[in-house]
Design a protein around this ligand. Structure first.
Ligand code: COA
Length: 333
């Protein structure tokens, strides 16, 4: 699987830390020093996920030099769909990708990495040739805006990567690991509310609906700084990769302190750690491709660069992938 194009889209409206302190008891200084976040983008009520994800997908298609009809697969990682039956088909329809099968994959902040690895299996098996992997979330719809311990962390965004079948020697997915631990699910949830109603005499049913996001921040922090280095160490050892050979560390953007802690464990200089937390906060499944697209477009990531990536979050779920960026010029004819 070769990574040949990227694209992203964020809502126009930015909310600063200072603006948030109008609503909850917080401060710019607290949020910056504890997380590295300065502002986040928020979708308005008339900005659902589908158009945002479609814009990101169109940008990735244009970057790869593909037409929508070229796609065999659209895999959309999201935990905040427009439609619980699937948002990827709406994106497929909006793109006019009439040959592509499209479905959602839910794995919270690990979602994009899990989707990229999943797409890789279809491409490597020969079942499919071209895929678009999208990470898109708008957790602004699901956070409790009166809970200062969570509402300051999240933002909205979408990004996509175009991936293509290729000869084994050009494969850009050099190794991967995926992990889940449902026994720690309660650390970070966006669960169904417990409300029921009487449908018929003697027949009760649950009313569908989801509670706001709830998180034990300290437990999630400890989980991240323990499991991310462990999974990356395994990945680097299994692929015989020296951390010094990495061009970039591309982690899920949750907290600058987590990025720094992981980099320090591998003695990776901080200038090789990609971060755009200050501008966007945690956009869940979108963070990794959003950061990748930014660094590709501003020229930091070059064709041939070796990237260690790790996603982690609710589930609990986490994983790592060792990637080599090809870029559009490497796309097979
Ligand atoms: N503004 C001001 N004070 C805040 C605050 C905010 N937005 N949020 C929490 N506080 C307060 C707490 O109430 C607590 O006050 P107390 O000491 O009077 O009880 C104090 O700050 C310290 O809280 P604590 O939870 O210990 O802070 P922390 O240093 O652990 O930072 C997080 C909190 C959430 C930033 C941190 O735990 C974290 O990043 N966890 C991982 C979260 C994450 O990455 N989630 C997504 C995974 S995909």
């Amino acid at each position: 699987m070769a990574l040949v194009g990227s694209g992203s889209a964020v809502p126009a409206f930015a909310v600063s830390n200072t603006r948030l302190s109008e609503r909850v008891d917080t401060s710019d200084d607290w949020i910056r020093s504890r997380t590295g976040i300065a502002e986040r983008r928020i979708c308005g009520p008339d900005e659902p996920l589908t158009p945002l994800a479609t814009r990101a997908a169109e940008a990735a298609l244009a970057h790869a030099g593909w037409q929508a009809e070229d796609l065999d697969l659209i895999l959309m990682a999201t935990s905040s769909p427009d439609d619980l039956f699937g948002t990827a088909p709406r994106v497929q329809g909006a793109l006019g990708a009439k040959h592509a099968v499209a479905f959602d994959l839910t794995a919270a902040c690990s979602g994009f990495l899990f989707a990229l690895i999943t797409a890789g299996q279809y491409l490597r098996s020969g079942a499919m040739r071209r895929a678009l992997v999208i990470g898109a979330d708008q957790l602004s719809r699901w956070v409790d805006w009166d809970d200062r311990t969570t509402c300051v962390l999240f933002g909205d965004g979408a990004a996509a990567v175009a991936v293509e079948a290729c000869p084994a020697e050009a494969d850009g997915l050099l190794g991967f690991r995926m992990r889940s631990d449902g026994t720690r699910n309660g650390c970070l949830t966006l669960a169904q509310t417990e409300r029921h109603h009487s449908v018929l005499s003697g027949v009760d049913a649950q009313i569908g609906g989801f509670a706001p996001l709830r998180m034990n921040g300290q437990e999630v922090y400890k989980f991240a700084v323990r499991e991310v280095p462990a999974v990356l160490k395994e990945l680097l050892e299994s692929t015989g990769t020296d951390p010094g050979a990495l061009n970039w560390l591309l982690l899920h953007q949750a907290n600058q302190r987590i990025l720094d802690a992981v980099a320090d464990r591998f003695a990776i200089p901080h200038e090789r750690v990609l971060s755009n937390l200050a501008s966007y906060g945690n956009t869940s499944a979108a963070t990794i491709p959003l950061m990748l697209d930014e660094a590709v477009k501003d020229g930091r990531i070059q064709p041939g660069d070796l990237i260690a990536s790790s996603g982690f979050g609710a589930g609990l779920s986490w994983g790592g992938a060792l990637l080599r960026w090809s870029g559009p010029q490497a796309a097979a004819a």
